[in-house]
Design a protein around this ligand. Structure first.
Ligand code: URP
Ligand code: ZN
Ligand code: ZN
Length: 473
């Protein structure tokens, strides 16, 4: 097996940082050593196959994006990134594992949908990948089969309180599914928005001629998110199900999660970069149809209501535990355009998988989070939350050599013409400047990005058979 030494860097973990060398044998980290350690009197540098100089740079565990939707069917079209293009973009941005969603639609069987998503991803991924299971049809058969998902390495499933007629589950279905989740060691992930009430408001707005993308944000008011988050928490309380609320954007929803956690309940929350940097007025309210670029659910929130500061604070105080992207891009041409004249027909989602590590590092530079917290919310906690820790999320002997060398003196200008590798015809992050740079990325010991060159291939990524969450009690 080829050996690699990453020397001279500052190894950052969720709990601290130290100058150290990292020795890799094949796909696995075998040692984290004091700088310059010799082996049997020989300088390690001269005895390894590959030497990577990380002097002046951070050496961190590869990013884990626990919420992506490659090729997701939505609103009569499909997310524009395939597993091939989306995982390649992830690699460029220092993400070495994604957890995507197998999708059970109405009338489909869970295991058939899981098999179909395996087929889509196998042999197509530049980095490792796992699956959560979307349960879009909670019925007797689904409830029976959910029990065996853990055996498939799928230790989490997602329900939707939004999107009536598509993925929506009513309270009785949620209650029943959560009971199974609680009994079988599955993490219940929840899209918490009151879908039926949103649809009623959408109808009112459209009838008033309010058809622009901006009204997507008006219809999906924070009250819709707070109410659903509270209801999900109460149903989880009743059933003893562990609960993970996805794409939290409203400060009131965070308060619901914080109160439940203070009360001893096993609930968690994730936010996404878009809710930390973008807002209703400047993005969704952009002139003409431009706002469609940022139509996603939950929506971007008003800059006048202080949601963003609350999100950053919640990340610091652990009221929110992780940052994922909810990567689900659609091109403006031919896809977002489906909603010209009717915002409710704009496919929901935007592309961020490539930029999450950079955008969150900018949070370190801006004094919003610490360096260690950056590693924790982008890698270590996702690994622990979704049953991958030990192999993933940590630089330690025995772990997969998923490693990013990050240059704090480098710079990244985000934009379609500059650093964009996602398969989407615009950048939702156009013009963002990052005071840092992903220099080198290793996935299971293989260098897949080196100094602005892609060296990976679509056959490299392997399926991650996940264990139950470390946070189950
Ligand atoms: O807008 C979004 N979030 N699109 C993807 C589907 C979902 O709800 O996560
Ligand atoms: Zn969702
Ligand atoms: Zn999503």
């Amino acid at each position: 097996m080829p050996t690699t030494l990453i020397s001279g860097g500052t190894v950052v973990s969720s709990t601290g940082k130290a100058l150290a060398d990292v020795l890799i044998d094949g796909e696995t980290i075998v040692a984290v050593l004091a700088p310059g350690t010799k082996s049997l009197g020989t300088d390690l540098k001269s005895s390894v196959d590959h030497l990577l100089d990380a002097t002046g740079k951070y050496v961190i565990p590869g990013g884990i994006d626990a919420h992506t939707h490659m090729e997701m069917p939505f609103g009569g079209t499909e997310a524009s990134d395939t597993f091939e293009t989306g995982t390649r973009a992830a690699a460029w941005g220092g993400t070495t594992t994604i957890v995507d969603f197998a999708i059970q639609r109405h009338g489909e069987r869970i295991m058939d949908s899981l098999a179909a998503w395996h087929e889509r991803a196998a042999g197509q991924c530049a980095v490792d990948y796992g699956f959560h299971q979307i349960v879009g049809d909670v019925n007797d058969d689904s409830l029976k089969v959910m029990g065996s998902l853990v055996d498939e390495g799928v230790s989490s499933y997602k329900l939707f309180m939004a999107y009536p007629g598509v993925f929506y589950s009513d309270d009785a279905q949620i209650y029943k599914a959560m009971r199974v989740g609680a009994e079988t060691g599955l993490m219940t992930m929840m899209h918490a928005e009151n879908g039926p009430a949103i649809d009623a408001m959408v109808g009112e707005l459209l009838a008033q001629g309010k058809t622009d993308p901006y009204y997507h944000g008006v219809a999906r008011a924070w009250q819709m998110e707070e109410e659903a988050t509270h209801r999900a928490i109460m149903l989880a309380n009743l059933t003893s199900a562990p609960l993970y609320v996805v794409h939290v954007s409203a400060k009131q929803a965070v308060e619901q999660l914080a109160a439940a956690r203070d009360n001893g309940q096993n609930v968690f929350g994730e936010t996404c970069p878009q809710y930390l940097y973008l807002n209703l007025e400047d993005q969704l309210g952009a002139p003409g149809f431009e706002g469609a670029k940022w139509v996603c659910s939950t929506p971007l929130r008003s800059k006048h209501e202080n949601h963003q500061e609350h999100m950053w604070r919640a990340l610091r105080t652990n009221d929110l535990q992780m940052v994922s992207t909810d990567h689900c891009p659609f091109c403006m041409k031919g896809q977002k355009e489906l909603g010209l004249g009717d915002f409710s027909k704009i496919p929901n989602g935007m592309g961020t998988v490539e930029h999450r590590m950079d955008l969150m590092y900018q949070g370190v530079v801006n004094g919003k989070i610490s360096l260690e917290r950056w590693v924790e919310i982008t890698s270590t906690t996702p690994a622990r939350m979704f049953g991958m820790y030990g192999k993933k999320g940590v630089i330690a002997p025995g772990a997969d050599a998923d490693i990013v060398i990050y240059d704090p003196r480098g710079h990244t200008s985000i934009g379609l013409e500059k650093t964009h590798h996602m398969r989407v015809d615009y950048s939702a992050w156009e013009g963002f400047e990052i005071d840092g740079h992903v220099d080198t990325v290793l996935s299971r010991g293989r260098i897949i990005i080196n100094e602005n060159t892609y060296l990976g291939d679509k056959n490299h990524g392997e399926y991650v058979h996940r264990a139950p969450s470390q946070y189950l009690i």
